[in-house]
Structures are given as structure tokens and as C-alpha cells.
Design a binder for this molecule. Structure first.
Ligand SMILES: C[S@@+](CC[C@H](N)C(=O)[O-])C[C@H]1O[C@@H](n2cnc3c(N)ncnc32)[C@H](O)[C@@H]1O
Length: 383
């Protein structure tokens, strides 16, 4: 199947995630950019299945026509044919239309499409006007709308239909519905946690992987990994967090029908031994302590020094916990100071000598007005 993937707000990490997930389904070519934020790829999987795996893709469209024509009347005719293929004689059909990359050429007439469909299907046809970039996932999740995209890509015009959109209710339920939340500590957005899990698992079968989060906080990573079919282990230095994560996972396994987590314990991540988690794991996916939320310029050198020391201890202890070739998908903080960004350089430079190879990143995930930025890296244990 030839698909278009509509990437989320943080495009580079969404694209990196998509690339590894497509390889899990034996795609042979990396996704190619059609226009900024939309990529195209061939993969043998359903749009629904892909959507249930990806954290960073908002919508998936299937390319149904590739036309050598750029003439609006021709394309309009093809759009009618495509939509009619999804309709049933005498049954109401709701559609929406978005055109991208077609420059200043005249536009497909929604009213003409509507009239032609009414005639073909002998049915009530409704057109929903959308913003130029198309409908949001919420509208598509809550209403049965056939959304068509007409996109110019070089010499050809693609006609594609949205087949799956992110289930924003399920994402929101995991983010805001869990019984234990501690916003003061900074919780990972579930979509970012999912992308980090996928980047760690890469093209392996998630059902054969064990994921460990030694800074589990409220358990966001563990929940996303469980949904992917991974076995999970979590720990945290704070007993309230361990207790709260236990409550969240109990709620979650009922709400999302997943297996319970393996083990949870109170542990200092800088000092974890293999005996503490009993067996080596395939991946560590974690957002460690990122320091105080908004350090002042004067506090920053000490904050960074303290974090560097903690991260160094953590990476040293992780070495024995991972299987050979195991991966770490980790948040390392960076700090916005005016126009520049300060990173934990000396830590990042030392990781090679500690036996880690950087495979991906950094991908920056930040919100406006915040000093502390999340940078996501993927490391692999050498040898
Ligand atoms: C940024 S929060 C992680 C939040 C988590 N990703 C979530 O979405 O809920 C960092 C966590 O690290 C824990 N922590 C701080 N120092 C630690 C240490 N040395 N070992 C283990 N956990 C630690 C804190 O208690 C906190 O729960």
C-alpha cells in the first residue's frame, strides 16, 4: 500500500519513529517527503494498525490515484470517482477536500463534486469545508467524514483518502485519566513516550522485548510500552511515585486491556545492580530527573554540573543491565539561554568511551517559554 503520513508537531522525531516502524513491517525504502510535514511510503500493513503503533503521526492517507495531469477538470473527475467508490447508492455521504502544493492553479469545485456525487449515488451528499491543511484528527475521530487530499508532487498529482487518524480520546485518557499524576515532576506526554519506545524497539518485535524505566515517575513510558506488547519493569527513587505508578498500571490494564507490569521497586538509578531487576533487559526507555523547572542563569552552572554527575552515574550503571546490543532511548536536558542552548556536552562526549554508540538524535522537544528542553537520544551498547 502506498500511504501519506501526516507528521506531528515535532517532525524530526516523528519521522525517525515512522522510519523504524515501517522497517518493522519490512518496508525497503525510507519515507520520502512530499511537502513539509507529509511523507510518502510503501508498506504492507493496514492504516489502522500503523496508526495504533505510531505516536508522532496524526493522520494516514492511502494514495488511490497518481495522475500525470494537473488540469483541474481532470482531477475533479477523479476525485468524484474515488469518493463514489466509498459511497453506497442512496446512502448519505460526507466529504471534505484539501489541495496542497498546487500553486496558483484554479481549485477543484466542492459544489461540482457534490452535485456529481449526488447524481451518481442518488443520495444526500454533504461537504465539510476544512482549513487549507485539512481537518484535524478530532473531527475525523468523532465524525464519519471521507477526507480527500489532492497534492502536487513534482510532475504528478496524488489523490489520497484519509484512512486513519490519531485516536485523540484514547491519548487524552492516558494523559489525564490516570489516577496518579504529579505535574510538578514533569510527566512525559504519552505520544513522546510512545515515540521513544518505538525508537528503542526499532525493527524488532515489541512482543519479544523487555523495557525498563528506572525513573518511571507516573509510569507513562511503561503504559506506552505495554500497549506495544512489551514486557515492562519500572523503578523510581521516590516511593510515592512507585506507589502511584502501581495505581496507574492497575487502572491502565483494566482501561486498555493489557498485561500487568512485571515489577516495580524503589531504587536509586545511579546504583542499580543486575540483581535488582533479575535479568538483563532489551531496552531502557527513560526520562531521568531534569533538574529544577526554571533555573536562573546564576543557578545554571551548578544545576548542569549536578545533572552531569547524575547522568554519568546512571549511564555507568545501565551498562550491565542491558543485553549486548541493547538500546537506551533517553531524555537528556538542554537549557535555553536567550538565543542559545546549553547542552550537557561533556557527558554526551564521554558516552562513547563508556561503551555506547549514538544511533539517533538529538531530537529537541520543547514548549515555548521554557528554559529546560528535552533532547531525545538513542544509544546502543557496543559489542
Ligand atoms: C521527570 S520525572 C519522570 C516522569 C515520567 N517520565 C512520567 O512521565 O511520569 C523524573 C523521575 O525521576 C525520579 N528520580 C530522581 N532522581 C532519581 C534517581 N537517582 N533514581 C531514580 N529515580 C530518580 C523522580 O522521583 C521522578 O519521578
Amino acid at each position: 500500500m502506498n500511504y501519506l503520513f501526516f507528521l506531528g508537531r515535532v517532525r524530526d522525531i516523528s519521522l525517525a519513529e515512522l522510519d523504524v516502524v515501517l522497517r518493522r513491517f519490512h518496508a525497503t525504502q525510507p519515507p520520502e517527503e512530499v511537502i513539509p510535514g507529509i511523507v510518502r511510503a510503501d508498506v504492507d500493513a493496514s492504516a489502522d494498525e500503523l496508526m495504533s503503533i505510531l505516536g508522532g503521526t496524526i493522520k494516514i492517507a492511502e494514495v488511490l490515484e497518481i495522475s500525470a495531469s494537473t488540469i483541474t477538470a481532470d482531477l475533479q473527475e477523479r476525485v468524484v470517482e474515488v469518493l463514489a467508490g466509498f459511497g453506497t447508492q442512496g446512502e448519505k455521504l460526507v466529504f471534505s477536500l484539501a489541495e496542497l502544493g498546487r500553486g496558483s492553479s484554479d481549485h477543484i469545485g466542492a459544489d461540482e463534486v457534490k452535485d456529481a456525487l449526488r447524481e451518481k449515488l442518488q443520495a444526500n451528499i454533504r461537504y465539510i469545508e476544512s482549513p487549507q491543511e485539512g481537518l484535524g484528527a478530532a473531527q475525523l475521530t468523532h465524525h464519519k467524514i471521507h477526507e480527500i487530499y489532492v497534492i502536487q508532487q513534482g510532475e504528478v498529482t496524488l489523490i489520497a483518502k484519509i484512512m486513519a487518524a490519531q485516536d485523540i480520546d484514547a491519548w487524552g485518557k492516558r494523559d489525564f485519566g490516570k489516577p496518579y499524576r504529579d505535574p510538578k515532576k514533569g510527566m512525559l506526554p504519552p505520544k513522546l513516550a510512545r515515540m521513544m519506545v518505538n525508537l528503542a524497539v526499532q525493527d524488532s518485535d515489541p512482543a519479544k522485548m523487555t523495557i525498563f524505566d528506572p525513573f518511571c515517575g507516573s509510569g507513562t513510558v511503561l503504559m506506552e510500552a505495554l500497549l506495544m506488547g512489551c514486557a515492562v519493569i519500572g523503578s523510581d527513587i521516590d516511593k510515592d511515585a512507585v506507589h502511584g505508578t502501581g495505581a496507574n498500571l492497575a487502572w491502565f490494564s483494566k482501561a486498555f486491556n493489557t498485561a500487568p507490569a512485571d515489577a516495580l521497586g524503589v531504587q536509586d538509578a545511579t546504583n542499580i545492580m543486575l540483581a535488582d531487576i533479575k535479568k538483563q533487559v532489551d531496552c531502557i526507555v527513560t526520562e531521568p530527573f531534569l533538574g529544577r523547572p526554571n533555573p536562573t542563569l546564576a543557578q545554571l552552572p551548578n544545576v548542569m554540573k549536578g545533572l552531569e554527575k547524575m547522568y554519568l552515574g546512571v549511564f555507568k550503571s545501565f551498562r550491565s543491565l542491558l543485553k549486548p546490543g541493547g538500546r537506551i532511548s533517553v531524555v537528556i536536558p538542554a537549557f535555553a539561554v536567550g538565543e542559545s542552548v546549553k547542552t550537557l556536552n561533556s557527558l554526551i562526549d564521554r558516552l562513547e568511551t563508556l561503551g555506547y554508540t549514538r544511533e539517533k538524535g538529538p531530537f529537541t522537544y520543547t514548549r515555548p517559554q521554557t528554559t529546560v528542553q528535552r533532547q531525545i537520544f538513542v544509544y546502543r551498547v557496543k559489542g
